[in-house]
Design a protein. Structure first.
Length: 127
């Protein structure tokens, strides 16, 4: 069984990079607000997102299961956006509109999926 901590660190760094990339590409969604944080701010935001994503997202997914079923899974985009929005509200110096948070959530979901798939295939090759 592989250790959980190295996987968490990889996800943390990838989420930090994904948040930085989303802020650079999408902006904050507000016309008069720019992000003035550096590397440590995005690392902190990535850590907060990783913690929120691993602790709060399963609860929210279970509670929103009827909406997810009614929309044939499209509501998962809203849940991912909500996780990003909550994380960025907790992170100092970074803010983003909810619509941009939904797009960022889709980007971070893709990043986390790629990481999970690559780590799963790597561990299967070792067995």
């Amino acid at each position: 069984m592989q250790s959980v901590f190295p996987i968490f660190v990889v996800r943390w760094l990838a989420n930090s990079l994904g948040l930085w990339l989303a802020v650079q590409l999408l902006g904050t969604g507000y016309s008069n607000i720019e992000v003035q944080v550096g590397l440590t701010g995005f690392l902190l935001a990535g850590l907060i997102f990783s913690i929120v994503n691993s602790l709060l997202k399963p609860i929210i997914m279970i509670l929103s299961l009827p909406a997810i079923l009614l929309t044939l899974g499209l509501f998962v985009l809203i849940v991912n956006g909500l996780m990003v929005y909550i994380s960025l509200k907790l992170a100092p110096g970074i803010t983003m509109s909810f619509f941009n948070s939904i797009i960022t959530g889709a980007l971070l979901s893709l990043i986390n999926y790629i990481i999970s798939a690559s780590l799963t295939s790597r561990s299967e090759r070792l067995i």
